[in-house]
Design a protein around this ligand. Structure first.
Ligand code: NAD
Length: 432
């Protein structure tokens, strides 16, 4: 099948590469010519384990190409995926400008019948709106079908998730369109759910909202555990044995971030509100999440009183390990707050520093070397549970820091291991 993918971000690039790996001929289109040039040279523009090798392999096999010219990428495509961003607007709703602009790009440039597949996360009703945008802007006589195929990959394991995910959801108006998409995806060997378009759009939001709810729920339990002397880790373990609950997404911490949960939960609250439904539960999930970072700052302040002149090692910038993405990372809340309180900050991250420098305005120091971050620090704050942070020999805190005081926002260490060292250790929902 000849396929075009519009947008070469985390979703578009991984989708394009994966579709080429299962044998399709894919052209990835992006409006950013510098991205296209880098990709055409075989260099991934994002960090995702396993991506580079697959990209190189399929480009060399002639199944994968990149272009900034829509007419070139769209010519001969039977199926066009839209995988552009849908960021959060100031009022919390999803910004559909990029999807609309991609739709107009398709409309103006196609000369053949196509199926347009929306992979971007979009509010219920958007697929029909986009079909309308394409039909109004394209040449008469061209038949366009629309389908919703929401994406469930996670950054940091995007390639693995694409080949070994839990399900593929296909929302289409007619059986024939759904069948073509099922055939395209068949080599992924995953359960395929065919449904109507509105339900497919909602499945994505409901899934992310549910996962965010699990995280805020356990974080709220963690906060209560702190007041009562219980250990949230034991509580989560005990809950997780119950197969109706399950052990995943019950890890307490400083809250979720990333390009999806914060924007999708807000967009669902907006979508519900626009339809006269006050989604109080989800509003609380968002509020609990926003508060988690403030609670850690409060904990630090109650330990020190003042942070003026204190040297702090911030361990991790990315919103989670194995990605260079900082979108909505707790680091973007914690660093300005620590800086405002007068702390002298050195931030460690193995791969996200380039992106961090574009987003963090405060004058702070950066290092990709974990021991250098800890050297002479007065305290450390763990924001991302990078493997090297988790695996560090705990004695390093004692050896390198001025004072071995650690505020662990990700519960990286067992309390038993910490007790073997002379570290002052504060974590989330566990006894200090
Ligand atoms: P991204 O911001 O990383 O990438 C979007 C890309 O689209 C950019 O490279 C941009 O230059 C390009 N673009 C914008 N308009 C274009 C146009 N008209 N023509 C060609 N290219 C265009 O976005 P992302 O993180 O990949 O997310 C894409 C969508 O997938 C979003 O709706 C998001 O919610 C959803 N999603 C993301 C993830 C994730 O983990 N990132 C997971 C599941 C779903």
């Amino acid at each position: 099948m000849r396929i075009a993918v519009i947008g070469t971000g985390y979703v578009g690039l991984v989708t394009g590469v994966a579709l080429s790996e299962i044998g399709h001929h894919v052209t990835c289109i992006d409006v950013d010519p510098s991205k296209v040039e880098t990709l055409s040279n075989g260099i991934p523009t994002i960090y995702e384990p396993g991506l580079e090798a697959l990209m190189k392999k399929n480009t060399a096999a002639g199944r994968l190409a990149f272009t900034a010219v829509h007419s070139e990428g769209l010519s001969e495509a039977a199926v066009v995926y839209i995988a552009v961003g849908t960021p959060k607007r100031a009022d919390g709703s999803a910004n559909l400008d990029y999807v609309e602009s991609a739709a107009k790009d398709i409309a103006r440039n196609i000369t053949q019948n196509v199926i347009v597949v929306i992979k971007s996360t979009v509010p219920v009703g958007t697929n029909f709106h986009i079909l309308n945008v394409i039909n109004t802007n394209t040449k008469p006589g061209i038949q366009v079908k629309i389908a919703s195929n929401p994406e469930f990959l996670r950054e940091g394991s995007a390639v693995k998730d694409t080949f070994h995910g839990d399900r593929i959801v296909i929302g289409a108006e007619d059986e024939a369109t759904a069948d073509i998409l099922a055939e395209i995806n068949a080599p992924f060997n995953m359960p395929i759910l065919k449904t109507d378009i509105s339900s497919a759009e909602m499945i994505k939001y409901a899934s992310n909202a549910f996962l965010a709810t699990k995280i805020s729920f356990i974080n709220e339990i963690a906060n209560i555990c702190e007041s009562l002397g219980a250990n949230v880790e034991e509580v989560a373990k005990g809950m997780g044995f119950d197969h109706r609950i399950g052990p995943d997404f019950l890890k307490a911490g400083i809250g979720y971030g990333g390009s999806c949960f914060p924007k999708d939960t807000n967009a669902l609250v907006q979508l519900a509100g626009n339809n006269h439904h006050d989604f109080n539960l989800l509003k609380s999930v968002i509020e609990v999440n926003n508060n988690q970072q403030i609670l850690l700052i409060d904990k630090i302040l109650s330990r020190f009183g003042s942070l003026a002149g204190k040297r702090v090692a911030v361990l991790g910038l990315a919103f989670k390990p194995h990605t260079d993405d900082l979108r909505e990372s707790p680091a973007l809340v914690m660093i300005p707050k620590l800086a405002e309180l007068g702390a002298d900050i050195i931030a460690y991250d193995p791969i996200a520093i380039g992106n961090a420098k574009k987003q963090i305005k405060e004058a702070i120091a950066y290092t990709e070397d974990l021991p250098s971050a800890l050297q002479n620090a007065d305290f450390a704050v763990i924001i991302t549970d990078w493997p090297d942070v988790k695996k560090i020999n705990l004695s390093a805190y004692n050896q390198l820091m001025n004072d071995p005081i650690v505020f662990d926002g990700r519960n990286c260490y067992s309390l038993d291991a910490v007790k073997q060292e002379t570290i002052e250790y504060y974590s989330i929902g566990r006894p200090d």
